[in-house]
Design a protein around this ligand. Structure first.
Ligand code: C5P
Ligand code: C5P
Ligand code: ZN
Length: 473
């Protein structure tokens, strides 16, 4: 009970922070919305842009892989009356203000300490809430959008997009369901008739994949004897008594409650027999989020599939496509996003294969792989997170990839258990990157950096020591 009250207090404090910037925004003519190229960044931008559109305010969206000095000078050159930063900005408050920008920041990354004061800085960390699990960039932007509504509740439908962003940032992974301030947003979305949620199997593709394909492609949890083996999945389902198809392959959503229950029970039994830990199997079941206004059987109906569709656009330089989907295009932009999704899935499969063939090197307190040019720097973090599920969970994983500019991109991923033991990847990456002339940041459980390529070994040594000391505290 006290925990619920505490979260309600933080939620109210954040809503409060949104009121005065909303009044300022309403009076501006030429607005720039700057956001991040992933599912959370896209949904964050779409939420704010929709809120501005509904008020008849003029705006332009702009997306960046990261907000560095170069990006900031581009933003400054744009000459907007006001810049709204969503899903980024908190790490660069000083530089934003130093550039003379009139700025409202709605972010959830760990804020860098700074005396500088933009028009408003809205961030869960500033009210004592965790930005890795309790509120995403899109969630923070949603609170701002609510304050911008013409009439109370006028933008509550946008809660659905906020949840897609939170799920895209894997904020539901720690407890198998969204928690903290995200839960308030879930309530708002449910009351607005925009979302529903229930406990269900947490495998990817419930809306769009034939059931046997959903099992075959399962990565998290990896199901020995099923994952990666189509024939085995078909045989398994037949044995459970599931009809695979009639006129078309049956998807998870086509199965009755009883059929779903019997598949889950059979997977659990099989998993236990093949020695998967209870902890891993627990991840099979959890809360899933359905977008009620979207058509059944499409990626957009399920928050997790929606977020992957968005990553397939923005992380490949097509943020405009993802943004149009988020803002309602179900025609050209949606088909284009679906086409990109096919390529994205293939890239992830290829990336995982590369890691399993090339192997992961373990140091004392961290493990890493270097993808060189073989995995794009914008998706190497996703591959790192996925490959991590298959192997050693006792050390955080670092992945390197070369950027188009010849720099070295680092993506780091941890586990909830490691975070509980003191791991803070944002802190370690930002310090170690800075020490070798790079920049980094993010969250305790997932962070990234860009460093000069020649600094790789030194950076690894520093990271190994930094993580070692975090975990020994
Ligand atoms: O920049 P942003 O905050 O939107 O990105 C968060 C990143 O952290 C996402 O790439 C997400 O996949 C990752 N993450 C993770 N594991 C978690 C939580 C977040 O890999 N448990
Ligand atoms: O790029 P990647 O998915 O590994 O990013 C993980 C997290 O670290 C994201 O939240 C991202 O915004 C953050 N990050 C950062 N500074 C960087 C690179 C990534 O804050 N230079
Ligand atoms: Zn985010």
């Amino acid at each position: 009970m006290p925990e619920i009250q505490e979260i309600a207090g933080k939620y109210s404090a954040l809503c409060e922070l949104c009121n005065s910037p909303a009044e300022v925004i309403k009076r501006k003519k030429n607005l720039l919305v700057v956001s991040h190229v992933d599912a959370d960044g896209l949904t964050a931008a779409a939420i704010v842009c929709t809120a501005l559109e509904r008020r008849g305010l003029e705006f332009q969206p702009k997306f960046f892989r990261q907000l560095d000095e170069k990006a900031l000078s581009e933003v400054a050159d744009f000459g907007a009356d006001l810049v709204i930063f969503t899903d980024l900005g908190s790490g660069m408050v000083a530089q934003i203000c130093h550039n003379g920008l009139q700025a409202v920041i709605a972010d959830h990354h760990k804020p860098a300490p700074s005396e500088a004061r933009p028009i408003a800085h809205i961030n869960p960390h500033l009210v004592g809430a965790d930005g890795a699990t309790q509120l995403s960039g899109s969630g923070t932007s949603f609170l701002l959008a609510r304050a911008l509504a013409f009439s109370p509740g006028g933008n509550d439908d946008l809660a659905a997009l906020a949840l897609v962003g939170a799920v895209g940032d894997l904020q539901d992974m720690a407890r198998g369901q969204l928690v903290g301030i995200n839960r308030h947003i879930l309530e708002i979305g449910r009351n607005a008739g925009a979302v529903s949620f229930s406990r269900d199997i947490k495998l990817f593709g419930r809306q769009t994949r034939p059931v046997f394909k959903m099992l075959e492609y399962s990565q998290d949890p990896y199901l020995p004897g099923l994952s990666g083996n189509e024939d085995a999945c078909i045989a398994f389902l037949k044995e459970v008594g599931i009809r695979l198809g009639g006129e078309r392959w049956r998807r998870w959503i086509d199965l009755s409650q009883e059929e779903r229950a019997s598949v889950v029970t059979a997977i659990l039994r099989k998993g236990l027999r093949s020695g998967i830990s209870n902890v891993k199997l627990e991840r099979l079941i959890g809360e899933v989020y359905v977008l009620l206004k979207e058509q059944e059987g499409t990626e957009l109906r399920d928050a997790s599939e929606y977020s992957t569709l968005l990553n397939a656009t923005a992380r490949y330089g097509h943020a405009d496509v993802g943004l149009r989907v988020c803002m309602g295009d179900r025609d050209k932009a949606f088909s284009e996003a679906q086409r990109l999704l096919g390529q994205h899935r293939q890239n992830l499969v290829n990336g995982l294969k590369l890691v399993s063939e090339g192997g992961i090197t373990a140091l004392k307190s961290i493990q890493y792989f270097d993808a060189g040019d073989a995995i794009m720097d914008t998706i190497v973090g996703i591959v790192a997170g996925m490959s991590f599920q298959m192997g050693d969970r006792s050390r955080p994983i670092l992945a390197f990839a070369r950027t188009a500019e010849g720099q070295l991109k680092v993506s780091a991923r941890g586990t909830q258990d490691l975070v509980r033991s003191g791991l803070d990847l944002a802190d370690a990456l930002s310090r170690c990157a800075q020490a070798v002339g790079g920049v980094g940041g993010g969250h305790n459980i997932a962070a990234g950096a860009t460093i000069p390529p020649q600094a790789k070994q030194e950076f690894l040594d520093l990271m190994d020591a930094a993580v070692g000391s975090q975990l020994s505290r």
